[in-house]
Design a protein around this ligand. Sequence first.
Ligand code: GLU
Length: 455
Amino acid sequence: MIRVRFAPSPTGMFHVGGARSALFNWALAEQAGGRFVLRIEDTDAARNRPEWIDGIVSALAWIGIDAGSPLFEGPYFQSAYSEQHRRAVDTLVAAGRAYHCVCTRDEVEARTGSEHRGYDGFCRDRGLTEGAVRFRTPDEGVTVVKDLVRGTVEFPHTAMEDFVVARADGSPLFMLANVVDDVEMRISHVVRGEEHLSNTPKQQLLWEALGVTPPVWAHLPVIVNEKRQKLSKRRDKVALEAYREEGYLAEAMVNYLMLLGWGPGGDREIMPWAEMAPLFSLEDVNPSPAFFDEKKLRAFNGEYIRALPLPEFVARCEPWLEPGWDREVFAKVAGLAQTRVAVLSEITANVDFLFLKEPVFDQAAWDKAMKNSAAEILGGYLARLEKVEMDPESLKTALEEVGAEYGLKLGKAQAPVRVAITGRTVGLPLFESIEALGRERSAERIRAALARLTG
Ligand code: GLU
């Protein structure tokens, strides 16, 4: 059975790169009816917090990796396996594959010179029974890692020191704990980020030394920003949660993340998970860096938003609407807004004018619109607004007429009215906005703008 895993260290935020790894693993589990194991690598106890673990589970749920699915196993906690870790260390020592070492860094440097990198093997045959434990790497030959994404990668043993697997107090290091857990959890495929490729020869040696056939390896390409720098949490927006809060739809996010290093082929990129997951294959993953293109993600999101049935769009907007806003009024303009927003959070600025007592004036918009014959246009339109039919077509004709009196095309005549009504120069179509706002409130706003303009 295919058993994959996702093994995050809880660090307080869920990285988009982690989400990509999780999705690739999930696709493999789904295809094969295998298992997706969630293992929290929480041995760095000082840094762990329970809410981060909830954060991982809910982030996974958001992208469709549901802890309630029969394919899902865990979460398991690395910290609960310390007995197994210790036993593995004992086994390695007993078999002569690892040994105790009491050398300090200064001692090693004094023997080898500070240029020499790595451990010199001083304690290898001293038969010590305490101190840190080092794995005895072979002196000659190479470890051949067969990676489904990268092909065959050779690591010469001469460049590999006897690395530490457990500290002097018996606690295991990442390298060992990670392997022992994968062995315990009978993981068949290790699919993770490229930054772990350099650990892989050591881990493969550990698998073999523990007498277990190593898993299939696949290291996913690094994700870079527009400057081709590896995405970093200090520089780039990397938290999945940040995208969620901005109003990215989970399905758009999932679709986009699947394209970071892979694609369904052909010229179709927008594809729902249910169609995409069966096509996924590790062999087709491209090892070169994957560009995280936020503009493209936005465009994807806009497409997904426009494809939502209107009632569904209305429901998804709910978190961005203030509690006091009239939902019936919102529903009237929602369809217009749906074609205009790329992320759901943009809904607020599009519709708030309907619900606020006064529009929020954008000063630059005001300055731009309220000049030349603005006052005359506003005055003329205000007069017509008393008797005009309240439908977009009639509202438009009325403004065309006013504009014509001053030699202005509709586009120019609209500007002051739009700013008076909505406070902005861009937004929903003007005449639908006036219809939704109603005769009284629209007239009131034009009056207020006139007062502001002339007063
Ligand atoms: N806990 C490791 C990390 O967060 C992952 C280790 C692995 O996938 O093997 O980077």
